[in-house]
Each structure stands twice: as structure tokens, then as C-alpha cells.
Design a protein around this ligand. Structure first.
Ligand code: SF4
Length: 511
């Protein structure tokens, strides 16, 4: 059977053109799920047309019309932030292949299965893991059988009634390790920085802001098996720009003993991949873990989240500021502080400026003392987390708010999450800018503090307007749309003979 699989990118309208944004503009590594599903379908004897629209930075199916002809099932994967692009793709499929059923997968359709079936031309949603369910669905479609027995499937019956089959059992560790590895042979050359691979699925924790799937369950692939899989994908590394291997696990070192064993197996086999992964600070403190990683070429992200203990408790990650400091200190002792990105969230729903200042001060201290890089990111209303569910229960947010382009400039969505005043956003930006300036003294060639001014605030409360409230003297020369630098004309000192509000400094922000 011939199956089409599509991965639409996150996009937004920038300067009147639909463009890829955020992570999909950076294109770190290929969308793992769709390449894995393609390999699973091919090994079961199906013909697969894999269209990686993220690599193409497009939602236009016209160039693929010919190769899609003859498909009997079309699969589209989507997150909440790529759902607007997926909707564009779905309507094109409906026109191109009007009689071909469409199956949706990915976190957004999984969470809102009924809603997406009611509001799109799709016929099926695979809830959760797709490897088994998609194969069973293909069998049913090919043979004209009933889909009522496909576990984890939600489907539109001929009378348009939505039917939700029972939940599928989770794929276990052994089965995870036995799936075919993603087939990267058709990867567009020099598009992605590296390849993607998973060494485990899920996470034992359930942090309040986190919207990743399969929280409170962690399924690791045994170290030897993982290294076998890694070895199978490594020949495709020359197709990438930097040759990095991104372990896409939520937390690679959930069991540090296993992570240490992986480093040992890599050394035993003489392999030297350049690994990129996520680690918890607590795991870095496990004896032997940092030591094992220090010999490898690697870059890792540590989800530090908050610079004060009360916030860390509310998040529920099981760590403290003391442990974050100890982890950074250990990295510095082993000479790999600069390989770590400590990531913090600003504007969690309970935070006022006091908490945000505490986080920035703490992050600045970690960088100054131990040399780690700092990422300061705003809290975003992404569906699926405990915080989002609480806001949905309070009637503040719902799934229909993710249908249209413009998530990052959506002032309502942004401010239901981050409850600061427009003035306070600019105050935070000035604090961070001062910190960035200070870090440039030691690191003139590398950005050691990453920060993005929120597009929604830049769009609706541009700096020129904010300044003019105080001085009335600022003329706006250019305020960009998201994706471009925001620049304003420096105010010229004018002697009015009376005191006027001090204009804000020139500020440049990026989305
Ligand atoms: S933030 Fe990390 S540790 Fe917390 S639930 Fe998400 S993946 Fe797990």
C-alpha cells in the first residue's frame, strides 16, 4: 500500500509572507517521529512518500502532486504550534486526493482528537504512539476492514459520529529498541544541523509547565541496543551541516547509571559522536556521569527553570537552587561548563517582578562563577501542561486558540500566562541587556546569555509608544513585525526648560 507522510513546520506571517519560525527556522534535527514511522511502514512492505515540509520550509504540496498520486492513506503529524500549518496542508490534501482518508498524529491531535476531527477533513487520529497503530490502520484501509479494533484510534464513522477506541497499551522497552531505526537516506543535504535519535521515551517527572507526552513513565532502550541504533544512523551524518547527533529524549540521563554505561559502550566501540541532549541537574551530580561525558564531544541543556526554591517546588522537578549550583560547579571543575546551557523560565503564572529578578540574579551568578551559558525564556501557554489545564478549567484558554497563525504574537494567550505589566517586560529586557553586556567582556565572540523579547509585547506595546508616554519626544522610525529586529530612533535631547520623563534607552529585541 502507498502511504504519504507529512511533517508541516511551525510558521507565521512575517512581513506579509508565510515563513518558518522558532525551532523550525533553526532546523536543529529532522522530525524524528515521521522518519521513524516511514521506516516502520517500509519494513512492513508499504511504499512511503515522506514529505519533510520542515526541511522545505513550506506548506505547499503542489511540487509533490505527482509523487502523492496513488497514495491510499495520508498521514500528517502536528504539535500545537504547527497545527495552523497542518490545517493548510490538510485542505490541500482534501483538494488533491478527495477520496483518500487522512490520519493525524502528534501531540496536538492526541490531546484534542474529537475537536480536530470535527474541524478538519481528517478521518482518523492516532492517539499517542503511532508505530503499532499506524501499521494496523494501514492493514484495515488496504483490506477494507473495520478500524474498530485499532487501539488508540479515534475515527469519524460514516454518519460523522466520532468514535474513540480504547487506549493502546504503551510500547515497552524491548519493542522500542526493536523498531527499525529512522531512515535518513532521503534527507535533504545540508539542511539540518544534525540527526535525531531516541534512547528512551517519556519522563518519570511531571513538571507543572511541561507539555511533553508520556510524563510519569520512562522507558529506556538498553545501552548496547541504543548504541547499535546510533551506529546505524551515523553513516547519514555527512548529510547534515554540523554532524551532530541529537538525542531527543525528554531527559537522556533519567537513569544516570545507564547514561554512564552508554558512554562506556561508545568508548569500547571507538565511537566519537558529537551528542546533543537534555540532562537534569540532579543527574549531573551522580558519581561518574560528568566524568564520562567530559571525554566526549557533547553539548547539553539543563532545565534549571527557576532561581528560587519556592518556584522549583511549585514546578515539581525535584531539584533545588543548591543542587543547580553544585551541578554547575561540577561541570566547571571538569572543564565543561561552557558546554552546558542552563535554561530558565521567566514569567511563570505565579511570578511577579520579585521572582523574575531572583531568577535572573541566580542565573547571572551561575554564569559568572561557573561559566555556563544561560537561556532565559518566557513562559508560553502550550497545551498539555498542568498549568495549561488549570487555565483551561478556569475558562482562560482552549484548543480553538491554536487554529490560526500568530501564536508568538498572540497578546491574549501570552498575557494569560505571564502576568506582568508592559513596563515590567521592558524592565526585564533592560536587566538582561545589562547582563549580556557584562558577559561580552569575557566572551566577545559568543552569546552567553540568550533572551528573546516577547513578540506579543513588542507588537502591541512597541518601545516607541512606551517611551512617548513618558517624554512625548520619541518618534518611531521603524517597528518591525515578529522575526525582525525592533529599532527605534534615539530620542534627541530637547531643552523644554521643564523636567520631562527620562526616555528609555534604545532597545533591540528579536523573535
Ligand atoms: S521538564 Fe523535563 S523533567 Fe520535567 S516533566 Fe518535562 S521532561 Fe520531565
Amino acid at each position: 500500500m502507498k502511504v504519504g507522510l507529512l511533517a508541516p513546520p511551525m510558521m507565521d506571517v512575517v512581513d506579509g509572507t508565510l515563513r518558518t519560525i522558532s525551532m523550525d527556522a533553526e532546523r536543529e534535527c529532522p522530525p524524528y517521529g515521521i522518519y521513524l514511522l516511514a521506516a516502520a511502514l517500509r519494513s512492513a512492505g508499504h511504499e512511503v512518500v515522506l514529505i519533510d515540509l520542515i526541511a522545505e520550509q513550506s506548506v505547499d504540496l503542489a511540487p509533490h502532486e505527482h509523487e502523492l498520486r496513488g497514495c491510499e492513506l495520508m498521514g500528517v503529524g502536528a504539535t500545537s504550534l504547527s497545527w495552523p500549518s497542518a490545517r493548510v496542508v490538510l485542505h490541500q490534501i482534501e483538494k488533491l486526493l478527495p477520496t483518500v482518508p487522512i490520519v493525524l498524529g502528534g501531540i496536538h491531535p492526541t490531546m484534542f482528537d474529537r475537536y480536530v476531527l470535527e474541524t478538519s477533513p481528517a478521518t482518523y487520529v492516532v492517539r499517542g504512539e503511532g508505530e503499532r497503530a499506524l501499521l494496523q490502520l494501514c492493514e484495515c484501509v488496504a483490506k477494507g476492514g473495520s478500524v474498530a479494533d485499532v487501539p488508540g484510534l479515534t475515527w469519524k464513522a460514516p454518519d460523522e459520529k466520532i468514535v474513540r477506541n480504547p487506549v493502546a497499551t504503551r510500547i515497552d522497552n524491548e519493542e522500542l529498541g526493536a523498531f527499525p531505526v529512522p531512515d535518513y537516506s532521503s534527507l535533504a543535504p545540508n539542511v539540518y544541523k544534525g540527526l535525531a535519535i531516541e534512547s528512551s521515551r517519556g519522563c518519570a517527572f511531571d513538571c507543572s509547565f511541561c507539555s511533553t507526552s508520556y510524563r510519569r513513565s520512562w522507558r529506556p532502550i538498553p545501552p548496547e541496543e541504543f548504541v547499535n541504533r546510533l551506529t546505524t544512523v551515523m553513516p547519514h551524518l555527512p548529510l547534515t551541516r554540523y554532524g551532530t547527533t541529537h538525542i531527543i529524549d525528554d531527559e537522556f540521563s533519567m537513569n544516570p547509571r545507564r547514561a554512564v554505561r552508554i558512554t562506556e559502550v561508545l568508548r569500547e566501540r571507538g565511537l566519537e559522536p558529537w551528542l546533543v541532549y537534555d540532562s537534569r541537574a540532579n543527574d549531573l551530580l551522580f558519581p561518574g556521569y560528568v566524568e564520562g561525558m567530559a571525554d566526549l564531544t557533547c553539548q547539553f541543556l539543563v532545565g534549571a527553570e527557576c532561581g528560587y526554591d519556592e518556584g522549583l517546588k511549585k514546578i515539581g522537578k525535584g531539584t533545588t537552587t543548591e543542587k543547580l549550583r553544585l551541578a554547575a560547579a561540577k561541570l566547571a571543575r571538569h572543564g565543561i561548563g561552557e558546554r552546558a546551557d542552563f535554561s530558565f523560565i521567566l514569567g511563570l503564572p505565579w511570578e511577579s517582578m520579585d521572582e523574575i529578578r531572583a531568577t535572573i540574579r541566580f542565573a547571572a551568578g551561575l554564569h559568572a562563577e561557573f561559566g555556563v551559558r544561560i537561556l532565559l525564556q518566557w513562559y508560553l501557554q502550550i497545551p498539555g501542561s498542568r498549568l495549561w489545564e488549570a487555565d483551561r478549567a478556569a475558562g482562560l484558554v482552549n484548543e480553538s486558540m491554536y487554529n490560526e497563525f500568530g501564536f508568538f504574537r498572540n497578546l491574549y494567550l501570552f498575557r494569560t500566562g505571564v502576568r506582568l505589566s508592559p513596563d515590567e517586560f521592558y524592565e526585564v529586557a533592560q536587566m538582561v541587556e545589562a547582563l549580556q553586556r557584562a558577559t561580552r567582556v569575557r566572551h566577545p565572540d559568543r552569546r552567553m546569555v540568550e533572551f528573546t523579547f516577547p513578540s506579543a509585547i513588542a507588537t502591541y506595546f512597541p518601545v516607541g509608544v512606551m517611551n512617548s508616554r513618558h517624554s512625548g519626544l520619541v518618534r518611531l522610525r521603524e517597528v518591525s513585525r515578529p522575526g525582525k529586529a525592533i529599532t527605534v530612533e534615539e530620542p534627541k535631547p530637547v531643552d523644554l526648560g521643564v523636567p520631562v520623563g527620562v526616555p528609555r534607552r534604545h532597545f533591540v529585541g528579536y523573535q
